[in-house]
Design a protein. Structure first.
Length: 62
């Protein structure tokens, strides 16, 4: 729910965002690169910024 709330707040402020999930394959390299404590777990990240293009609505086949 926190991820959803942050995403909605970013969108409301005019930012674009996406939620990226990760698996343990990169944990060691990320921890080493950014000196992250070993007791932290990398689950996901939410990059955000100002959109350069307007995103068209997706259409779904029913």
């Amino acid at each position: 729910m926190h991820q959803f709330a942050v995403w909605v707040m970013l969108e409301d402020a005019g930012f674009g965002a996406s939620l990226q999930h990760y698996n343990p394959l990169i944990d060691e390299e990320v921890a080493k690169t950014w000196d992250i404590p070993s007791y932290w777990r990398l689950i996901a990240e939410m990059p955000f910024g100002v959109p350069v293009e307007h995103q068209e609505k997706k259409s779904f086949n029913r």
